[in-house]
Design a protein around this ligand. Structure first.
Ligand SMILES: [Ca+2]
Length: 272
């Protein structure tokens, strides 16, 4: 049921996002540039290998390494990955009956979600030992964190704000662009106080003010990994994975089953 829903969304995602971006462009042309949401393109600074078998669901950068979670029942894992080579340095498998989703770091722990099992995992960052589990309602998609909160997406337009210690929900924020709810928010990353969320099924990242839920920028990643390099017969190979190196100020993005991971720099596109 959910997969069918996602497939339907994929067919419509392009036109919806194109519509949104055209709306922004039209507003600029009409002289309402001050009201338009800025659009950013990208410049590829570095390209790194990425495990093409990794069904990427969560990505973070911490202490010099990438940490990545992968999905699919029976194949869900948490990995520590060497940036320069894409080599998996450490791995633990999740229970066979769960579908791994997003991860984020809280102190020296890594918190992870599952898609429909309504159970989350807390791992020790160094040993990958499972320390405890926690529960939540609904679906689990993406996670991110800052020093105050953990942020969780669930496929809807709402971001759940969680207490980092108890992982209990504190509140929800609805994400809107020019008043319209933006659904299918997936992998998350906190970047200098802004919540980045890639939109499932589209090569687009929303830049969100985490306090208000307002979309304050769009990142258009069209062409980053051409579709003929994603396996044209695999509609699952979508953009999914944002990591921020807060010390080095480096932004990394990849996708499910993508053979490459990119360090990108954002470029403001004037007039869009
Ligand atoms: Ca992330």
């Amino acid at each position: 049921m959910y997969i069918t829903g996602k497939a339907n969304w994929k067919r419509h995602a392009g036109s919806l996002l194109l519509g949104l971006l055209c709306t922004v462009g039209l507003m600029s042309e009409m002289g309402y540039a001050q009201a338009a949401i800025p659009v950013y393109g990208y410049f590829v600074k570095n390209t790194y290998p990425h495990d093409p078998q990794a069904f990427t669901q969560g990505l973070i950068f911490k202490d010099g390494h990438l940490y990545e979670s992968t999905g699919q029942n029976g194949q869900s894992s948490l990995r520590k990955v060497e940036l320069s080579t894409g080599k998996v340095l450490q791995r633990t498998m999740m229970d066979k009956d769960v579908f791994g989703e997003g991860i984020t770091d809280v102190g020296d722990e890594i918190v992870g979600l599952t898609w429909t099992s309504q159970v989350g995992y807390v791992f020790d960052q160094k040993t990958f030992k499972l320390k405890r589990k926690f529960s939540y309602t609904g679906e689990g998609w993406g996670l991110a964190s800052d020093r105050k909160y953990v942020y969780m997406s669930d496929g809807s337009a709402f971001i759940r704000v969680l207490d980092p210690k108890t992982l209990a929900e504190v509140r929800r924020v609805e994400v809107k662009a020019e008043g319209k709810p933006i659904t299918r928010l997936n992998e998350l990353e906190m970047v200098d106080g802004q919540l980045f969320a890639n939109v499932w099924g589209a090569d687009v990242i929303a830049r969100i003010d985490p306090a208000s839920g307002k979309v304050v920028g769009w990142i258009d990643l069209t062409g980053l990994l051409p579709t003929d390099q994603r396996g044209t017969d695999n509609p699952d190979a979508v953009l999914n994975g944002i990591a921020w190196d807060a010390h080095g100020k480096r932004l990394f993005v990849t996708g499910k089953l993508w053979p490459k991971l990119f360090e990108i720099e954002l470029i403001r596109i004037e007039g869009r």
